[in-house]
Each structure stands twice: as C-alpha cells, then as structure tokens.
Design a protein around this ligand. Structure first.
Ligand code: GMT
Length: 377
C-alpha cells in the first residue's frame, strides 16, 4: 500500500508512535510518506520505502497566525496525486483530522476517493480538543474520518463521553519494538551517570503541566533520603524551570540531572532502575511502556490508560494523582531489596511483550483494509 502519515515531528508520544509505525510498515514493504512540517525526530531518511514531504508555510505580514492546516491539506492533495497514495493516516486530531478531511474533499472534486484513518492520542481529546474553541471542529473531523482508532480503552471512553461521536472507535494500543531493548548491560555506560552504590531513577516527558514534574522531584527527594540515588530528568518543556527550582529548594540539585531532549533514550533506559510517571492525565503512557521494555519497573499514577499498561504490583505500582507518599513507599519497596527489584524488572519486560510492534502493526493493516469498505461518501 502507499500510505501517507500525518503527524507532529517533535519529541512527544503521538509523533513517536506515528514514526515508529511508519518505519514498521515500510519494513513490511509498504511505501510510507510522512507529511509534516519538519523531519520527524525518530526518522532516518535513508530508510527503504520511507519518504518525507515537508509542509512549508511561507510568512506573510497579513497573517497573525500561519495557516498551517491550509498548507497541510494542499500538500496532502499534491502528495496523494503524485505518489498514488491509497490511504491517509492522521495522528492527533488537531488539526490533522480537519486538514485530512479537507484534502479528501478536494481530491473528491477531482474524482479521487481516498479513505482517512484518524488515530486519537490523548490531549487532542482530553485537554486541547475538548476546549470550546476547538470542540465543534474536532467532533466534525472525527465523525468524518472513515476509521477512528484510539490508543487505549480509557481514551475511547473519554472520547465517547466528551464528544458527540457517531463513528465506532477501534482501540489499538501503542507498541514497542522489543529488539531495541536487547542491548547488553555492559553497553550502558552507567558509571557516567551514577556511582555503583546509587540507584538511577528516571523520568522522560515533554515537561508540560499535565506531567506533574514537580511530583517527580518530590518523590525522588524522599526516596534518596533512604537509598542513595540519582534522578535523570529527560526532556524539555514549560515546567522544567519549576522542577529545577524545586530541586534547588530541596537541596538536591547535585543529585538531579536535567538532560534535556535526548536521542539516547535507549541507553538511558538501559541503566535506569526505576521510572516515575506521576501524570495528571495520560491516555496511554508510551514512555512507561518504553521503560518497561528495558526492564525498568514503573511508579505511575492510575489515571487514564496507565492501568492498561502498568500492572499493579507486577510491573510496578499505580497511585492516585498527587499521592507522593504512596509513590515513595512503593518506590522504596521495589528498590530496597535486590531480589525483589530483579523480579519487578523481569515482570516489567514481560508486560511490555504484550505490546510488541509486530502484533500491533497487523492491527493497523487490518484497519487500513477496513477503511476502504467504511469509506464515507
Ligand atoms: O503526553 C503528551 O503531552 C504528548 C502527547 C502526544 O500526542 O505527543 O502524548 C499523548 O499521546 C501518547 C502517544 O499515544 C500517549 O502515550 C500519551 O499518554 C498521551 N499523553 C497524554 O494523554 C497526556
């Protein structure tokens, strides 16, 4: 199939899922065309069957806001015609589903019928999309998609609760390429980050408010009072400065390392002992799954789709949002006993196996097939 994938190219869950899916589809022989405003961060252009089409929005003094949706839908029309695209797969409803639908309508005028699959990722529904400014357009473009998928049961339920949706929503969970976690422990260069007697606790996110990065630092503070440890904060975003201030206020700035955005996530997870994800909302929690695939137990909240990923008392523990003491207690429980820690590490890896990319890609291929018969007129 010739597949056009529309996604955000930046660090962040939906872009990573879209990119990894495209790469997996390309490996299976599909021609995959990424259409977005920048080369996606995890995409190597020299990959067989992978193509990248940049959406360029020229500046014009009249525009206070650049009309990205317009440029994207035009680019989609051109790409579909030039590369004989069979299917559009848009990730994140805003504004991709809307732009995709406009492209579909323009193509129809020229006698080209193309199905559109929309994958909902989380904040496009629970945070941004639900805002009255966007809600009518988001509802409309979801209802106009030929197939709608969501990354968890929880997100499916949220979508049906918050929007007036007329389409069936198929749940296809996020996934992981387990072959990436087969690096041997000696490759990890753990000593660069911590002393032998110190545990490494890791958090990875885009440091938005919803991630509660302040809680990460507070949980770590209480853990390191009992067990020698270091905290690796990976990623960047609006809440980073606040997290840095909290670390300074608590007098642990030496033990908290802010690494910024990194292309070495695999290396970092390889030497991590515990992963913290205390989010306020999380439709899935891809970073938790990535950690688990490297055998890193997860302390997370029980919000959204996290209970579908992190197994209570098996791959880690889940607590109520903001319950720092419970997270500390469970973190110490895992880290304080080597034998127990080892069991949790194995369990985390075993749980991650359920989300293997090879299983999930088959589900997307089936959805593409069904999109042709679902096609709305
Ligand atoms: O977490 C974010 O704010 C980024 C966002 C995205 O779309 O890039 O992540 C959402 O999609 C990910 C991939 O499907 C999910 O793993 C995240 O749980 C989800 N984030 C939230 O629901 C907050």
């Amino acid at each position: 199939m010739n597949i056009a994938i529309v996604c955000y190219p930046t660090f962040g869950g939906s872009g990573v899922v879209a990119t990894e899916l495209g790469i997996a589809l390309a490996k299976k022989g599909h021609q995959v065309h990424f259409v977005t405003y920048k080369q996606p961060v995890r995409l190597a252009l020299l990959t067989k069957n992978v193509h990248f089409h940049e959406v360029y929005v020229p500046e014009y003094p009249l525009f206070q806001y650049q009309p990205y949706e317009l440029a994207l839908s035009s680019k989609l029309v051109d790409t579909v015609k030039l590369h004989k695209i069979d299917i559009l797969h848009v990730h994140y409803a805003i504004p991709h589903a809307y732009a995709g639908y406009m492209a579909k309508k323009m193509l129809k005028e020229e006698g080209i019928e193309i199905p559109m699959v929309t994958t909902l990722h989380g904040t496009d529904i629970t945070l941004v999309g639900n805002h009255p400014f966007y809600k009518p357009a988001v509802t409309f473009s979801i209802n106009k998609s030929d197939v709608v998928t969501s990354v968890s049961e929880s997100l499916r339920a949220d979508t049906l609760r918050l929007f007036d949706i007329k389409r069936y929503i198929t749940v296809i969970p996020n996934f992981i390429d387990m072959t990436k976690s087969h690096i041997s422990f000696t490759d990890c260069q753990r000593s660069q980050m911590a002393n032998d007697d110190e545990k490494i606790i890791t958090h990875i996110s885009n440091f938005r408010k919803v991630k509660r990065v302040g809680d990460v630092v507070k949980v770590f503070f209480k853990i390191q009072e009992k067990i020698p440890a270091r905290l690796l904060m990976v990623g960047d975003g609006p809440e980073r400065e606040r997290a840095e201030k909290i670390a300074r206020r608590l007098g642990i700035e030496e033990r908290v390392i802010f690494l910024g955005n990194s292309n070495e996530i695999e290396k970092i997870l390889c030497f991590s002992d515990l992963f913290l994800l205390p989010s306020e909302k999380e439709s899935f929690g891809l970073s938790a799954l990535e950690a688990m695939s490297f055998g890193v137990p997860v302390i997370s909240t029980n919000t959204g789709g996290l209970p579908e990923v992190n197994q209570q008392g098996f791959s880690g523990f889940l607590s109520d949002v903001g319950d720092i003491d419970a997270m500390v207690e469970k973190g110490l429980y895992i880290l304080s006993d080597e034998k127990r820690h080892k069991i949790f590490k194995e369990n985390a890896k075993q749980t991650a196996l359920k989300f293997d990319v090879n299983k999930v890609v088959l589900q997307y291929e089936a959805v593409y097939e069904s999109a042709f018969s679902n096609m709305l007129t």
